[in-house]
Each structure stands twice: as C-alpha cells, then as structure tokens.
Design a protein around this ligand. Structure first.
Ligand code: SF4
Length: 373
C-alpha cells in the first residue's frame, strides 16, 4: 500500500455512514460558521440534519463560487469513440452481457465527428470509450489523438484505468485531464455491480488517481455513480479521496462530477434514489468544503435542474451530448451508454447561461497555461 488505499483502509463504511446520519443541527451550524471546513464538517453538511439549512448553504455556495471562478461556466462535450467493453457493469448499456452491435470509430468516422463537434463551437473535448484493452487500448487512443489533437486545445479522457507509464505517454500527445470514477466506495456493493472483467478489481480502480497524479496530469476528475449506494456515504469517501490527492499532488487541479444513475439498455434500476433536493445539497456541501474544486454537471440531468444548479456552485456543464459512438455525425445508429435528459443544442444552453448573467467558456485551457504555471 503506497497511495490512497493506505488511508482508505483505515475507514469503515458502516462507521462513516453512522457518523454522517448522527450529525445534529449544532454540527451543521458549527460547520457553516467555519471558514475552513474539515471532513467532519463536510459530513455534517451532507447529513440529513443539514436539509433545513439548504437555503443558507445555497447562498454561501453561490457567493464562494463567484468569488473563485467569476461568473463563468465552462462548456464541454463528450466524443464516444467506442462502445466495446469487456466488463459487466449492471447499470450500463455497454455492459459485456448486453447483446448490442459494438462499434469502434474508424479514422474516417472520427474525422466526421470532429467536424460536427467543431461546428458546434467546442474547443474542449472529452474522449470516452468502454474498457476493451485489445481494441480501444493505448495504441488505438494514440492514433485517435493524432487526428483529434490539431482541432482541440484541451483533451480529457474517460476510459479504462491505465498505468502511470501510459499516462506519461499520453500527456505529450495532448491529453491534459483524466476522469476515473470509483462508481462506489462500498467494496461489497462494488463487487456486486461489477461481477466480471478488469473493473471487478476495486483496489486497482481505487489506486488509479494516484497513477494519474504521479504522471503529472493537469487535472484529475473524481466521482461516484450516484444511486449505486448511499449517496451521503459515497460522497464522504469521494471527499476523503479528493483531500488526499490535493495534498499529495498539489500542482494538479481536481474536478468532481455528479453522475446520477440514468435508464440504460437492460440496466438494473437504482435502490438508492437521489432526489433533486439531495443533489443540490451535495453540490453546495462540496463548494462549502472546497472552494477550488471544479464541479461538473452532465446532460444526464434535466434542463430545469441544470438551469437552476449553475447558480449554486457548478462550474462546468456538458451540452449537446451524444452518448453513442458516431452519434454526432451518424444520428442514433449505435446504442447509447445511457439516456440523455437535457437534449438542448449547445448554442441554446450557452444562451441560457448568458441569460443568467454568466459567460459560457468554450475554451478554458491551453498548453501554454501549463508551461507558464
Ligand atoms: S461503465 Fe464503463 S466499464 Fe462498465 S460496462 Fe459501461 S463502459 Fe464498460
């Protein structure tokens, strides 16, 4: 043990959960008063006891976000390169046991996707693949990057966890951010949601952000799939992970995403629903806990929820997303990973952002920024 696992293994899920659910009004009020908040304060802000304080949390979160990030919202878009996957994940449309046509984009198809995405105005792209090492491993990604890099100043990836050496290789090829979500920090539940494939290895996934940090990536994205387990306890462990990584890789930026489980082909439904009000509480709790972390919301969320949430702590949103490979240039010919909720085109989302007094940022990073950092 040499990374986050060393800290994680000193915690017990049930004890952490009991602690969160036993927080009192006094704990919440004490947390709200402090300028610098501990993990225990975060637990109080997440707890059921904090629900009556949502309005004051929202006001503070709004003010802190504007102070740190200004009145800006970053826009990004995912490009799905492949729906091939060797894992069984019981909540995902791309799961190996799901009998769907598998597609990995060819060079010609990638070029078509680039043309459509550039036409939408984007300069920041998130590349997404399933986890199929043989067909969409590092070699495939390298070839894809040759085509993609000239058109985008910022490239993020969300794919199978890789080794530190691979991340080091990808950095000079244009990848500046890596998103790897633990899905759930509950080891027992994790095993039941991920019964087969490399992803079944909880520890390997848990150790991946350390590898990304050691490789010197500009940004690491964390999160869990909200709805797989108790969202409060999972978020406590995500914050524990964030805290550790920030201290260890202090030159790296961090982002938290809030994927709420969505309907997908043949996927199981959630036993741990997260209400809109809960998600607002969670977003505000993160912002009060950490003023620097980027908070990101995808098109999994509804139009009305997203319009409301951008004023409460969110700093980045996707818009116009397609969650199937080739989805921008070829319509819905292939299967989606999950159903999109907010289907507005990016320009319409940008207009909404402006109407709320914010500036939509299509380009938030340039390699030159890192050289000067
Ligand atoms: S969540 Fe990822 S790893 Fe799991 S089946 Fe879907 S694409 Fe594959």
């Amino acid at each position: 043990m040499s990374g986050f696992d060393k800290i994680f293994n000193t915690y017990d899920w049930n004890i952490a959960k009991r602690s969160i659910y036993s927080k009192t009004n006094a704990d919440v009020e004490s947390a709200l008063q402090k300028s610098s908040k501990s993990l225990e304060d975060f637990a109080a802000l997440l707890s059921p006891a904090a629900a009556p304080y949502l309005e004051v949390m929202a006001q503070k979160s709004h003010a802190l976000t504007q102070k740190r990030f200004g009145k800006t919202i970053q826009l990004f878009i995912p490009m799905y390169l492949s729906n091939e996957c060797q894992n069984i994940c019981t909540y995902c449309g791309f799961s190996l046991d799901n009998n769907i046509p598998r597609i990995t984009l060819s060079k010609a198809q990638i070029k078509k996707e680039i043309a459509v995405i550039k036409g939408l105005g984007y300069d920041h792209i998130l590349l997404v693949t399933g986890e199929a090492n043989k067909t969409v491993g590092v070699d495939y990604l390298k070839k894809a990057l040759e085509l993609i890099r000239p058109h985008f100043s910022s490239i993020s990836i969300e794919m199978q966890p890789l080794g530190e050496k691979d991340y080091r290789t990808l950095k000079p090829l244009g990848v500046n951010s890596v998103f790897v979500y633990q899905e759930t920090y509950n080891r027992t539940s994790y095993k039941s949601y991920h019964p087969k494939g490399k992803k079944a290895n909880f520890e390997y996934r848990l150790g991946t952000p350390d590898k990304i940090g050691r490789a010197g990536m500009y940004k690491i994205g964390l999160g869990c799939l909200l709805g797989l387990e108790d969202w409060r306890t999972d978020s406590f462990f995500t914050a524990l992970h964030l805290n550790y990584l920030e201290k260890t890789y202090w030159q790296t930026k961090f982002s938290i995403s809030f994927p709420r489980i969505r309907p997908a082909e043949n996927a199981t439904s959630t036993q741990f629903p997260l209400l809109d009000r809960d998600l607002i509480q969670l977003i505000c709790a993160y912002r009060l806990f950490n003023q620097d972390v980027e908070l990101s919301l995808s098109t999994r969320e509804s139009r009305s929820f997203r319009d409301h949430a951008i004023k409460l702590g969110i700093t980045a949103i996707s818009a116009g997303s397609k969650t199937n490979p080739g989805g921008y240039s070829n319509g819905s010919a292939s299967l989606k990973q999950f159903e999109i909720s907010d289907e507005r085109p990016p320009k319409e989302v940008a207009k909404m952002v402006v109407s709320q007094g914010y500036e939509p940022i299509w380009k938030d990073w340039d390699p030159i920024l890192e050289q000067n950092a």
